[in-house]
Design a binder for this molecule. Structure first.
Ligand SMILES: [Zn+2]
Length: 378
């Protein structure tokens, strides 16, 4: 590799990694996640009373967690999630971030964790009006502009979802994405609540609403699409949009299986905040797809590579000349080395830039502080 890309012949003096008896594969892509939920694994208290539907899960768990985040807890969360992704052989994370009490500077914290540990990432702040109104959305969009791009980082324009933003914010997100030559990353039709809201506003659904307001430049990323029909997926295909399926999250939130995505031409795989081990996520996808009679699930991971190549201007075929220099070396199925953008970030099963044990210790400390802050939010 040279300049972070795969080349036909190594430059003189290039470092050589021992890969004897191992398999070399492209690094996996997690096409939708939330680094802010990285501390949830450290004993997040169960909500009381137990949520009975999707909106209650958001309101009692994730929208309380995101409001409790501050700079230090976010940093610990991101480092933990990035470290686990790399150790599992995932080399790109497409993140969707929200921390309403710490908006300005939040993407710099995420970028810092990504650069330190060495993952490739696409970052955005998910603008919303659900806590403090249109001014909150304006600040969220402004934070997307501040995200520091680099060889390994791209900034996207984020929206939480159609049902928590006004027409004005949707229009502004599309305009801003075009100005920055980037795309929009948004949750779409994860649950019927999003569809019902768009219909109450006089549109046929959230996708039609956002397209009508010019909010989705070609290449924009739609997470979920559970409550979509074949006609809407065809509309997204024609508009050059990406879908991201998140099987564990959809099953856990009991929102259903995205049956219409089998008609999608560009559908990648995400974890929606679960640990970014894409082999585990794909195994759940295959189990659910088999139960649903969905025979199109096999191409999801490959689609993630195409999404990354498109956003980084690289050759689309992984491991070919001009492709991103993101590879995983496995020995008997276990991750031995991970290289991202030509930089060795995991060597002999251990992170190069930090120690996983120390990261987990910091996570435990920040998590107990975070649960306290969260308990004060209702
Ligand atoms: Zn999500």
């Amino acid at each position: 590799m040279t300049g972070g890309r795969v080349v036909a012949a190594p430059a003189p003096g290039a470092r050589v990694l021992d890969c004897a008896g191992a398999d070399i594969a492209p690094g996996a892509v997690c096409a939708h996640t939330h680094l802010y939920s990285g501390l949830a694994r450290y004993g997040m208290p169960a909500p009381v009373p137990t949520p009975t539907n999707f909106l209650e899960i958001l309101g009692r768990v994730w929208w309380r967690l995101d409001r409790a985040l501050d700079q230090e807890s976010l940093r610990a969360s991101a480092r933990d999630a990035v470290a686990r992704a790399l150790l599992a052989g995932t080399t790109t994370l497409v993140d969707h971030h929200e921390s309403p009490a710490f908006i300005e500077g939040s993407l710099a914290v995420l970028a810092g964790a990504c650069e330190e540990l060495g993952v490739r990432a696409l970052l955005c702040y998910g603008a919303t009006e659900r806590n403090f109104g249109v001014e909150e959305a304006r600040r969220g969009l402004a934070e997307c502009v501040r995200a520091p791009p680099s060889a390994r980082l791209r900034r996207l324009v984020g929206l939480h979802a159609s049902f928590t933003v006004s027409d004005e914010t949707l229009r502004e997100a599309g305009r801003l994405a075009r100005e920055l030559s980037t795309v929009v990353h948004v949750h779409v039709a994860e649950d019927l609540a999003d569809v019902d809201d768009a219909r109450a506003r006089g549109t046929r659904g959230p996708l039609e609403r956002m397209l009508a307001l010019d909010a989705l430049p070609r290449g924009s990323i739609l997470a979920h699409g559970v409550q979509m029909n074949e006609e809407e997926v065809a509309l997204a295909n024609a508009a050059g949009l990406w879908f991201v399926q998140n099987p564990r999250s959809n099953e856990g939130n009991r929102v259903g299986y995205p049956r219409a995505l089998r008609h999608g031409t560009r559908v990648a795989l995400g974890t929606d905040g679960w640990e970014a081990d894409m082999e585990v996520e794909e195994a759940v996808l295959f189990r659910l797809a088999a139960a649903e009679g969905d025979d199109r699930a096999a191409g999801r991971l490959a689609a993630g590579h195409a999404l990354v190549a498109e956003n980084f201007g690289a050759a689309p075929e992984p491991l070919s000349v001009g492709a991103v220099g993101d590879v995983v070396v496995r020995e008997q199925g276990r991750v031995r080395h991970v290289v991202v953008d030509g930089r060795v970030v995991v060597e002999n099963g251990r992170l190069v830039a930090a120690d996983m044990g120390a990261i987990a210790d910091a996570s435990r400390r920040e998590a107990s502080r975070l649960w306290q802050r969260m308990s004060a939010i209702h």
